[in-house]
Design a protein around this ligand. Structure first.
Ligand code: HEM
Length: 103
């Protein structure tokens, strides 16, 4: 994921980089593979994109989020296969309304 041959500024947090659709071709298809690839690739990929978007949308629409302190500390911990936060983020959801019909 952080291969400078594949990504511009690979260590910068730039989620908008994924807005641009990939050009077709095997080389581009293998730049981003959270669901694996090929014959054993994840069969739940389409479902996950739908539910992932829905879940994030609901969390943003239905809740305000409180954190300890002013800002999220994005420092990373070393080691492990996955990227880990050095200071795990604890969030407290606060319902925007108790009446879901008003959302
Ligand atoms: C964010 C959600 C998900 C992620 C990131 C994810 C990721 C992955 C990855 C990386 C693999 C291994 C692919 C490989 O070896 O190349 C995999 C396999 C698999 N996933 Fe998912 N997955 C997700 C959701 C789901 C869902 C919702 C389902 C089912 C409804 C599912 C069913 C499977 C199955 C059955 C396999 C094994 C495929 C095989 O070995 O042939 N996954 N997934």
């Amino acid at each position: 994921m952080r291969d400078p041959d594949s990504w511009e500024d690979p260590n910068e947090f730039k989620p908008e980089r994924f807005l641009a659709s990939f050009e077709s071709g095997q080389e581009d298809a293998l730049k981003y593979i959270p669901f694996g690839s090929g014959r054993r690739g994840c069969p739940g990929v389409n479902l996950s994109y739908i539910f992932g978007g829905t879940a994030v949308g609901m969390m943003v629409q239905c809740f305000d989020w409180k954190i300890k302190g002013e800002k999220v500390d994005m420092e990373e911990a070393i080691g492990g296969l996955n990227l880990t936060m050095a200071h795990p983020l604890k969030c407290i959801p606060v319902a925007r309304t108790l009446n879901p019909l008003t959302l």
